[in-house]
Design a protein around this ligand. Structure first.
Ligand code: GLN
Length: 462
């Protein structure tokens, strides 16, 4: 059964549910899941909901269900830090549309979860507040950047959490922690109120314990929002179950992929076949350029989006800065993490005159070719399958001194982001040493429901 529905239908009060979640959050403090807990407000809200229910009023489809919020969503409850010193004491004057939608349905945010500062990273080690541990092995990373959200769901502190995914930040931590992670079609869910990373690939989605919950929650979150002009009309109505044509991206099944990752992916593919779907291998050689394209386009957008943190308008301001120039440089130097700065430098470099044509423009052209290659694939196939990441969760500290090695881990999640495609990370078992592995289902734009339906079908076969 869906864990959210189970929680919502349990014959316990909202106060009891929320108190239990908060207690678990504290019990697992050593995992460093939360940047802050929302204890007082959450309990007060739960009490309100219990009163509503007692009066026989409608309390929403998620009445009393506790959830965790990645700390890059604005909410008027508590601070929105993006796990950066720059926003350590920032109180947002608005509430993100996605958060508002959950609140309208009675869901209760029990805390903000840790991330790589400004969502730059794939391990949550770039957080100003320290790394988050993996739910299955405390010595390993949670993945990232939505690492806190993934560990919160995997430890069963909450049945679901919100995340953001620009190049894999929902899917990869979901894979590392053995939970579902849905990155929708670009524009499916409003980004209003979410701290911007790269505006042409940023998406909002959920990390949940079951495919059914993922489907239900995405249905609640999706839809047009006048505050985000990139949003699409809701298209997430449940897909009919039918026999699908599935292509396995063979480029991501061979060299450079951990043996156990490949084996568990193949096991999942066997299940797809057993369920009667038509599976064949496909080749997408263009995807080998996706990482290079991503690490030009995304830093360019990061550099522009982070220019607002100037030490003046809001956020951290260095104390000993005397001139205007010093305010900018010292505040940014002290307020941003090394990875943030690296991306700003790369971004400004590829956008600068003389290099724009050689890097940024070229990257955008290759991006168009990647989109074309996907379009051709989706003329023949309904769903594409590959692993989420080439390896299971790595050790905390293992890759921190090697940015390129870290970026290489994004090779499988970045391509769908560049094309705005929906992609779902599905738990596909564990390695011999007990580390979870996720398989990635990728679809054409607006085919989100097909992916979630397929995952639910295979989940039901277990
Ligand atoms: N790991 C990727 C990166 O570092 C993805 C980040 C994200 O999706 N926010 O850019």
């Amino acid at each position: 059964m869906s864990s959210v529905i189970k929680v919502a239908s349990e014959k316990v009060s909202a106060v009891e549910l929320v108190a239990a979640a908060l207690e678990k959050a504290k019990k697992f403090a050593e995992y460093n899941v939360f940047t802050s807990l929302n204890e007082k407000a959450a309990l007060a809200k739960a009490a309100e909901i219990d009163k509503k229910i007692a009066r026989g009023e409608k309390a929403g489809r998620l009445a009393g269900v506790p959830y965790a919020l990645k700390d890059n969503f604005s909410s008027r409850e508590g601070k929105t830090t993006a796990s950066a010193k720059m926003l350590e004491n920032y109180r947002a004057p608005i509430t993100a549309t996605a958060v508002k939608k959950l609140e309208d349905e009675g869901a209760i945010m029990i805390g903000r979860t840790n991330l790589d500062a400004f969502a730059h990273g794939g391990s949550t080690e770039n957080s100003y507040f320290g790394a988050t541990a993996n739910a299955h092995d405390k010595t390993r990373v949670a993945g990232g950047s939505s690492g806190g959200s993934a560990t919160a769901v995997a430890l069963d502190i909450v049945p679901f959490a919100l995340g953001t995914d620009t190049g894999g930040s929902i899917r990869q931590p979901a894979s590392f922690n053995g939970v579902y992670g849905m990155k929708p079609t670009f524009g499916a869910v409003s980004r209003y109120g979410v701290v911007a990373m790269a505006s042409s690939t940023d998406t909002i989605g959920v990390l949940a314990q079951t495919a059914e919950d993922t489907q239900m929650l995405m249905g609640l979150l999706a839809g047009k929002d006048e505050k985000d002009t990139t949003t699409l009309d809701d298209f997430l109505a449940a897909a009919k179950s039918e026999k699908l044509k599935i292509g396995v991206i063979s480029d991501f099944m061979g060299e450079g992929v951990d043996d156990e990752v490949a084996k568990l992916t193949k096991d999942y593919i066997e299940k797809l076949k057993k369920a009667g779907h038509q599976v064949s291998e496909v080749k997408m050689p263009i995807l080998k350029y996706a990482l290079a394209v991503y690490y030009v386009v995304v830093p360019a957008e990061v550099a522009s989006n982070l220019s607002r943190y100037d030490g003046i308008r809001y956020g951290f301001r260095a104390k000993d800065a005397k001139t205007l120039g010093e305010i900018y440089s010292k505040s940014r130097d002290e307020g941003l993490m090394p990875e943030n700065k690296r991306r700003i430098l790369i971004g400004n470099f590829v956008l600068s005159s003389g290099f724009f044509d050689a890097y940024y423009l070229k990257a955008q052209k290759v991006r168009t070719l990647i989109i074309k290659a996907y379009n051709e694939m989706f003329a023949k196939y309904d769903v594409l399958v590959c692993p989420v990441a080439p390896t299971p969760a790595f050790k905390i500290g293992e890759n921190t001194s090697d940015a390129l090695k870290m970026y290489l881990g994004d090779i499988m999640t970045v391509p769908p982001s560049l094309a705005g495609l929906p992609a779902l990370s599905v738990p596909a078992g564990k390695t011999a040493s007990g580390l979870p592995i996720g398989v990635q289902l990728i679809g054409a734009r607006r085919s989100d429901a097909i992916l979630m339906g397929l995952a639910a079908e295979i989940e039901g076969l277990k």
